[in-house]
Write a protein that binds this ligand. Structure first.
Ligand SMILES: Cc1cc2nc3c(=O)[nH]c(=O)nc-3n(C[C@H](O)[C@H](O)[C@H](O)COP(=O)(O)OP(=O)(O)OC[C@H]3O[C@@H](n4cnc5c(N)ncnc54)[C@H](O)[C@@H]3O)c2cc1C
Length: 387
């Protein structure tokens, strides 16, 4: 076990820190307030190589690994959940998915463009009536000659309105629940695709989330992921196994952002003639926030390092990291809000925005209950989590 980051990872962490400080921090509050999608920043992160860490060099990545990916994600999430999303849209749910399951042609055609952010990606699993129960999705793909005709709709899709390419899940055989599902790489500018925004969200407002409608969309057969039907459910689960690592790293990042804000405030704010940081009850809160965040970080890094060692199917450790980090993020947000008092409740300080960022980690990439179900079923011997 190593508890220090390599020099390479420290270097990209430093690059990410500087980028966040110089490019994201100055405009994040305004962009969130105005719901401005920061495409330019998403592209700049691509140019800096942020999306390429767990991607081999021959497909445009740096092959630095999953730990590097987690560390960079954490830096961005300290300040912006909206921009953190890009690490799943460009890397884990799309490029990495194509690396793991795609044909050689698919890898060469799509991965470098996702990693550079020339193409924006999206992941289409969720539907109006298919959230945690992925198997109940209704979108269909019917083979006709050498194309598939895609029909149905997706809901709550990050980047729905701006994506160039999507990894979309649909049933090729709806009579076989789970088993009849396939995955497609879909050109999001195809005829028959419509998009629209979902309901106004509580946070992540600089990141578009929308519905996608597929009205008999023609998808060439070479865009069937991996060229094989009925691997969709496996692809979706393995994809979640990757995107949950990014979510865990994002949750750790938002914890650290909240701790930094709380520490600054506790040192400066004076009540009863002393900085509030000198009161034991405030110190108790700070200590808890720091220790829980560090524990979440260690679970997240362990999960990333296992993947770097080739154990990419580490569902159990990924679920533990995601579940714990997401829960800690909510508790840390609560603690930070208490420390800032009224100012924490105002938009004058970033804490209220970071609290809204934090809450999402308990929902996306599988709710907290879903993670707990996987962990407990494994422990009880009902269903093994890891392959
Ligand atoms: C901002 C945002 C962005 C998103 N981006 C994407 C995206 O890019 N692509 C995509 O495909 N999806 C996306 N999603 C959807 C997200 O993955 C789902 O919201 C998530 O999987 C949970 O589904 P649900 O919200 O329908 O909740 P439900 O499944 O309806 O669950 C509601 C509650 O019931 C609980 N529950 C459900 N089943 C069980 C059970 N068997 N046992 C115990 N408890 C249970 C859940 O834990 C939860 O607490 C996004 C969601 C949001 C909010």
């Amino acid at each position: 076990m190593h508890f220090t980051l390599s020099e390479d990872i420290k270097a990209i962490q430093e690059t990410a820190r500087r980028f966040v400080q110089n490019e994201i921090t100055p405009r994040v509050a305004e962009d969130e307030k105005n719901h401005t999608f920061q495409r330019d920043l998403v592209v700049k992160m691509g140019e800096l190589g942020f999306y390429g860490c767990p991607i081999p060099e021959e497909y445009g990545g740096s092959d630095m690994g999953f730990l590097a990916h987690a560390v960079v994600t954490e830096e961005v999430a300290k300040v912006s959940g909206s921009l953190r999303a890009a690490f799943n849209m460009q890397t884990m749910g799309t490029a990495r998915e194509i690396i793991q399951f795609g044909t050689e042609e698919q890898k060469l055609k799509y991965v470098p463009k996702l990693v550079s952010a020339e193409y924006l990606g999206c992941i289409g699993i969720t539907e109006a009536n298919a959230g945690s129960d992925v198997g109940s999705l209704k979108t269909k793909a019917v083979k006709k000659g050498n194309t598939y005709i895609l029909s149905g709709s997706k809901n709550w899709i990050t980047y729905a309105q701006v994506a160039d390419v999507g990894v979309i899940y649909a049933y090729t055989d709806p009579s076989r629940k789970y088993k009849g599902m396939s995955a497609f790489i879909v050109d999001m500018h195809s005829k028959g695709i419509g998009t629209g925004p979902t309901a106004v969200k509580m946070g992540w407002n600089a990141c578009p989330t929308g519905e996608i409608y597929f009205d008999d969309v023609e998808v060439p057969e070479e865009n069937l992921l991996g060229g094989v039907e009925e691997r969709g459910f496996e692809c979706a689960m393995e994809g979640l196994n990757n995107t949950r690592l990014t979510a865990a790293a994002g949750a750790v990042g938002v914890c650290q952002g909240l701790i930094d804000e709380a520490l600054n405030y506790a040192r400066e704010r004076e009540q009863f003639g002393r900085p509030i940081g000198q009161y034991q009850m405030v110190q108790d809160e700070i200590a808890r926030m720091i220790v829980e965040t560090e524990a979440a970080r260690l679970l997240t890094y362990k999960c990333a390092m296992q993947k770097d060692e080739g154990m990419v199917g580490n569902t159990l450790e990924t679920c533990m990291a995601k579940y714990y980090a997401a829960d800690v993020a909510s508790r840390v947000a609560d603690g930070a809000l208490r420390i800032l008092g009224a100012y924490g409740y105002s938009s004058e300080y970033p804490v209220e925005r970071l609290l809204r960022d934090a809450k999402l980690y308990q929902i996306l990439e599988g709710s907290a209950n879903v993670q707990k179900m996987i962990i407990a079923m494994d422990a009880l011997g009902y269903r093994k989590a890891n392959k």
